[in-house]
Design a protein around this ligand. Structure first.
Ligand code: ZN
Ligand code: ZN
Length: 890
C-alpha cells in the first residue's frame, strides 16, 4: 500500500467535530503551546481575559469574547511572538450572592441563619464547582489561554492587590467614608453604584399636596411623585427669583399627616417651572434635596428601614411597606382635603440591575472613591493617543463620561467579596486601614477593634485586573515583561463599569497604562435582531450549538463578516454556513491526499510551462494572504475571515479544484496539479487556523503526509502564519482565468434561464481579441464545466453570427454567442408557440365580441365589465410576447 493510499483511508468520509475537538485540545495542553516563553528580545502579545462571573455557565456573549480573543492570540502566536492570554474568573459580588441566597431559600435557610463564616463556606464550594464548569466550557470553545496562570478575583494575590490599592488610595485621600445619597436596593439590602441601576420610564402620578401655613390661614402647594416621602421633609423650597412666593419665604408650614413644623426657604436649585414652583425638601431620600440640605444646614430625617418599610420617624405609618404607606397617606390627605389634584406623570425610576426592585435613594454612610483626580490621567491616556479605542466613535462616549464622572460608591452590604480593610476602635473611635489583618488600633493600641462588615464593589477588584493578575503589588517577572498588556477585548456595554476604571486604577497603581488597545465588540442578537435574554426565551446556549454544529462552526458564525462594535446576529443559517464550510474543506483535503504523494508540494511560484491556472491560484492566494494580514492588523477579523472563506470556497474549491480534476483525468502529459493543490491547501489552513482551530489542525495533520519531511511540524498551532509572496502575483494569469470563469458562469446562467436539461450540450462560440491565444487551451474546461460542446474561438474582428436565433452575451474580455437551437428544439418550440398563439387568438376574439355586445354592456355590473376589460388587455399582451418569441426562433 502506498503512503497516499494510507492517508486516504485514515480520513473518514465526513467531518465529525465531536471526534477530533477534545483530542486536539488535550494535545495542545500536553505540549504546553499556550504557556509563553519569556524572551526579553521580543515584544510579547498579551490579552487578559475579561473574567466571566462565577455564576453558573457561559453564555453566547462569552463565546463571542472567547472567539475574538482566541483569533488574536493564535494569530500572534503563529507570528512567533511570545503570546499570553491569561484566563480568570470574577467572584461577581452581588450577582453570585443572590444565586446562593436563592438556593438557601429553597432549603428554608438564609444567610443570617447560617452566619457569615458558614455562608461564605457555602459560597466558596459553589464557586469552586462553577469554576470547573466554566473552564471546561472555555476549553470546548478552543481557547488557547495559559491555564497555568489562571486567576480568581478572590485568590490570595488579587486579594492582596485589592487591599494594597485601597490602603494607598485611602492614604492619598482618594478614598473616604461619608454620608451621601446612594442607591439602595431594599431586596438585595445593599448600596449600589450608579452604574448598577437601570432607569426605566414609568407611568406614575404627580400629586399636588397643600401644606398649611403654621400661622394664619393659607397653604403652599407642592407636587411630588412619592407622597410617602412627605414624612421625611425638612423644608419647602422656592426659587429666590420667583415673585409668587416672595412673601412666604421665612414662614413655616405644618407637614400634613405628622404635623412637624418645617421652614419655607429660597434655593437656586429650585426650578420655578416644575409643578407649582414650590418643592418639598427630603434630604435623606433625594440626591438634589441632600445637597440643598447641606447648603442650608437642614436636618436629615430617614423614614425607612433597610427593607423599605417605614421606621419610627414615619409616626403612625411605621411598619408599613413604602408602597402601602403611599396608599395610606394619600387616603389621609384626601380625607383632610389636602390633596389638591392628581395628574398622570411619566418619569424615570431607578431599578436594581440585579433584581429589578425599585431603588430607594437614601442617605447612608458608605465608602467612596474620589474619582476626579484619577479621571484626569485616564483621559489624557486617550486624548494623547497612548490608548486607542476600536471602534473609534466610542472614544467620544468615553471622554464625555470621564468629564461628568461622579464619586464611586464602593461599599456593599454583602458578605461575598473583598471585605473592606478598615477596623474601627471601640475605645478611641479612630479607624485603622491596613493591608494585613489589623490586630490592634493604630491610634491607641487597643485590641478592641472590629472590621467593617461591608465588602467592596466587585468592580473594584476588576479595575485592578490587568496588573493584579500579573503579580502587582510585587515586582514580578510577569509584571515586568507582560505589563502593559496589548489588547483589552470586551463588550461595549461595560466600557464605564470596567474599561474606564481599569485605565484609572492601572495608571494610579503602576504609573503606566494597562493596555494600548481597547477592542469593543457588539452584542449577540437573534434572527430578528433582538437582544438574547432569558425573559424573551431566545437565548442560544453555546454548548447546544457546539453539539449540533461543532465548535468551529459556532466560531465561524460569531465572527465572519462582523465588524468591531456592531451587534451580531447569530442565526441557524450562519451556523449551517459554518458547518458547510468545514465540510467543503474536509472534502477538498480528502480529495487532495487521495491523489498526492509524499513530498509533492509546489514551489511558491510555479515553473515556466505550467498551466495558467497554477499561476492564477498562487497569485490569488498571495493576494488573499496580504489582504488578510493587513485586515488582522487593523482588527477587522470578520472581514479577514470572509475573505479567506471567499478565496477557499469561491476560487480554490469551486474553480481550481474543479479544473484540476479535469487535468487529473486527462491523458495529456501536462504537469500534475497535485503539488499546487497541496501547497495552496496547506497555506490556507494556516491562514484559517486562528478562526477554525480544530478543523485546521485535523486537516493539517492529514495533509502533512504529503509534505516533505522538513516542512512537517508537531502542530499547526505553532506553524508560521503565511506571508504574502510578492513574486507570485501575476496579473496576466488572473485576467485569463477570471475570463474563463466569467464565460462558464454566463453559459451556466443562460442554460438555467432556459431550463436546459443537464444531459443536453450547448454550443458556444467565444469571441475575444488578445485573450484568444491564452483562452484557447481552456476549451476543454469550458466544455466540461459549462456543458458546452462544441466550444469554438474566434477573433472579434471576425463576423459573429447575428440574427434572431443567436443569443449573445457581452462579458468583460470576451463575447459568448449561443445558437438558440443548441438550447431548444426549434421545430418543437415553433409548433408549441403556434398552438399557444391560436388558443390566445380565439380567447381574444371571444372577449372582444362580448365587450362589443350592447346587451351585455347594459346589464352586467360595472365590476364584471372591468374584469373582462383587464382580461382583454392581458391577452393582447400575451399574444404580442408569443409572436415575438416565434420571430426570434426565425
Ligand atoms: Zn436588588
Ligand atoms: Zn483606638
Amino acid at each position: 500500500m502506498t503512503e497516499s493510499a494510507q492517508t486516504q483511508f485514515s480520513m473518514p468520509k465526513a467531518y465529525e467535530p465531536g471526534k477530533v475537538e477534545q483530542k486536539w485540545y488535550k494535545f495542545w495542553l500536553e505540549k504546553g503551546y499556550f504557556t509563553p516563553r519569556i524572551d526579553r528580545k521580543k515584544k510579547p502579545f498579551v490579552i487578559i481575559m475579561p473574567p466571566p462571573n462565577v455564576t453558573g455557565e457561559l453564555h453566547v456573549g462569552h463565546a463571542l469574547t472567547a472567539t475574538l480573543e482566541d483569533i488574536m492570540t493564535r494569530w500572534h502566536r503563529m507570528k512567533g511572538e511570545p503570546t499570553l492570554w491569561l484566563p480568570g474568573l470574577d467572584h461577581a459580588g452581588i450577582a453570585a450572592q443572590v444565586v446562593v441566597e436563592q438556593m438557601l431559600a429553597k432549603e428554608g435557610l438564609d444567610r443570617h441563619k447560617l452566619g457569615r463564616e458558614r455562608f461564605l463556606e457555602r459560597m466558596r464550594q459553589w464557586a469552586e464547582s462553577c469554576r470547573h464548569t466554566i473552564a471546561g466550557q472555555h476549553q470546548r470553545l478552543g481557547v488557547s489561554c495559559d491555564w497555568s496562570r489562571e486567576r480568581f478575583t478572590l485568590d490570595a494575590g488579587p486579594s492582596r492587590a485589592v487591599r494594597t490599592a485601597f490602603t494607598r488610595l485611602y492614604q492619598k485621600g482618594l478614598i473616604y467614608r461619608g454620608e451621601r445619597i446612594i442607591n439602595w436596593c431594599p431586596r438585595c439590602a445593599t448600596a449600589l453604584s450608579d452604574l448598577e441601576v437601570s432607569h426605566k420610564d414609568v407611568q406614575g402620578h404627580l400629586y399636588y399636596v397643600n401644606y398649611p401655613l403654621a400661622e394664619g390661614h393659607g397653604f403652599i402647594t407642592v407636587a411630588t411623585t412619592r407622597p410617602e416621602t412627605i414624612l421625611g421633609d425638612t423644608a419647602v423650597a422656592v426659587n429666590p427669583g420667583d415673585k409668587r412666593f416672595k412673601p412666604l419665604i421665612g414662614k413655616k408650614v405644618v407637614l400634613p399627616a405628622i404635623e412637624r413644623v418645617i421652614p419655607i426657604l429660597a434655593d437656586d436649585a429650585v426650578d420655578p417651572d416644575f409643578g407649582t414652583g414650590a418643592v418639598k425638601i427630603t434630604p435623606a431620600h433625594d440626591p438634589v434635596d441632600f445637597e440643598v440640605a447641606q447648603r442650608q444646614g437642614l436636618p436629615l430625617v430617614n423614614i425607612m428601614n433597610p427593607d423599605a418599610t417605614m421606621n419610627q420617624n414615619a409616626g403612625p405609618y411605621a411598619g408599613l411597606d413604602r408602597f402601602s404607606c403611599r396608599k395610606a397617606i394619600l387616603a389621609d390627605l384626601e380625607r383632610d382635603g389636602l390633596l389638591v389634584k392628581v395628574e398622570p406623570y411619566s418619569h424615570s425610576v431607578g431599578h436594581c440591575d440585579r433584581c429589578q426592585t425599585v431603588i430607594e435613594p437614601v442617605a447612608s454612610k458608605q465608602w467612596f472613591v474620589k474619582v476626579k483626580p484619577l479621571a484626569q490621567p485616564a483621559t489624557q491616556a486617550i486624548t494623547g493617543g497612548r490608548i486607542r479605542i476600536i471602534p473609534e466613535h466610542f472614544t467620544k462616549v468615553y471622554l464625555n463620561w470621564m468629564e461628568d464622572i461622579r464619586d464611586w460608591c464602593i461599599s456593599r452590604q454583602l458578605w461575598w467579596g473583598h471585605r473592606i480593610p478598615v477596623w474601627y476602635c471601640q475605645d478611641c473611635s479612630q479607624l485603622t486601614v491596613s493591608i494585613e489583618d489589623a490586630k490592634v488600633c493604630s491610634s491607641c493600641g487597643s485590641a478592641h477593634i472590629e472590621q467593617d462588615p461591608d465588602v467592596l464593589d466587585t468592580w473594584f477588584s476588576s479595575a485592578l485586573w490587568p496588573h493584579s493578575t500579573l503579580g502587582w503589588p510585587d515586582d514580578t517577572e510577569d509584571l515586568r515583561y507582560f505589563y502593559p498588556t496589548t489588547v483589552m477585548e470586551t463588550g461595549y456595554d461595560i466600557l464605564f463599569f470596567w474599561v474606564a476604571r481599569m485605565i484609572m486604577m492601572g495608571i494610579e497603581d503602576t504609573g503606566d497604562i494597562p493596555f494600548s488597545t481597547v477592542y469593543l465588540h457588539g452584542l449577540v442578537r437573534d434572527e430578528k435582531g433582538e437582544k438574547m435574554s432569558k425573559v424573551r426565551g431566545n437565548v442560544l446556549n453555546p454548548l447546544d450549538t457546539l453539539e449540533q454544529y461543532g465548535t468551529d462552526a459556532l466560531r465561524f458564525a460569531l465572527s465572519t463578516g462582523t465588524s468591531p462594535g456592531n451587534d451580531i446576529k447569530l442565526t441557524p443559517a450562519r451556523l449551517e454556513a459554518g458547518r458547510n464550510f468545514a465540510n467543503k474543506l474536509w472534502n477538498a483535503t480528502r480529495f487532495i491526499i487521495g491523489g498526492a504523494k509524499a513530498g509533492g508540494i509546489s514551489p511558491q511560484v510555479p515553473p515556466e510551462g505550467h498551466p495558467l491556472e497554477d499561476r492564477w491560484i498562487l497569485s490569488r492566494l498571495s493576494r488573499t494572504v496580504a489582504s488578510v494580514t493587513s485586515l488582522m492588523a487593523d482588527f477587522q477579523f470578520g472581514e479577514a475571515q470572509r475573505q479567506i472563506y471567499d478565496f477557499l470556497w469561491g476560487e480554490f474549491c469551486d474553480w481550481y479544484l474543479e479544473i484540476a480534476k479535469i487535468r487529473l483525468r486527462s491523458e495529456a502529459a501536462a504537469p500534475s496539479p497535485l503539488p499546487v493543490l497541496v501547497y495552496v491547501m496547506e497555506t490556507s489552513l494556516r491562514l484559517l487556523h486562528p478562526f477554525m482551530p480544530f478543523l485546521t489542525e485535523e486537516l493539517w495533520h492529514n495533509l502533512s503526509g504529503c509534505l516533505p519531511q522538513e516542512r512537517r511540524s508537531q502542530s499547526i498551532t505553532i506553524a508560521p502564519y503565511p506571508e504574502p509572496v510578492e513574486a507570485a502575483i501575476n496579473t496576466d494569469s488572473e485576467r485569463v482565468v477570471e475570463s474563463v470563469i466569467e464565460i462558464i458562469r454566463a453559459i451556466r446562467n443562460v442554460r438555467a434561464e432556459h431550463k436546459v436539461a443537464s444531459a443536453k450540450w450547448t454550443a458556444a462560440q467565444i469571441y475575444a481579441d488578445e485573450l484568444i491565444a491564452p483562452l484557447t487551451p481552456y476549451a476543454r474546461v469550458i466544455e466540461t464545466l459549462a456543458r458546452a460542446k462544441p466550444v469554438t474561438f474566434h477573433n472579434r474582428r471576425q463576423e459573429r453570427p447575428s440574427g434572431e436565433n443567436t443569443l449573445v452575451m457581452v462579458l468583460k474580455d470576451a463575447e459568448v454567442a449561443i445558437p438558440m437551437e443548441s438550447m431548444v428544439d426549434l421545430k418543437a418550440e415553433r409548433k408549441r408557440l403556434g398552438t399557444e398563439i391560436a388558443r390566445v387568438e380565439a380567447d381574444l376574439a371571444r372577449l372582444e365580441a362580448r365587450l362589443e355586445n350592447r346587451d351585455f354592456l347594459s346589464k352586467a355590473p360595472a365590476a364584471v365589465i372591468d374584469r373582462e376589460r383587464s382580461k382583454l388587455a392581458a391577452r393582447r399582451d400575451r399574444l404580442e410576447k408569443l409572436r415575438e418569441q416565434l420571430t426570434k426562433l426565425g
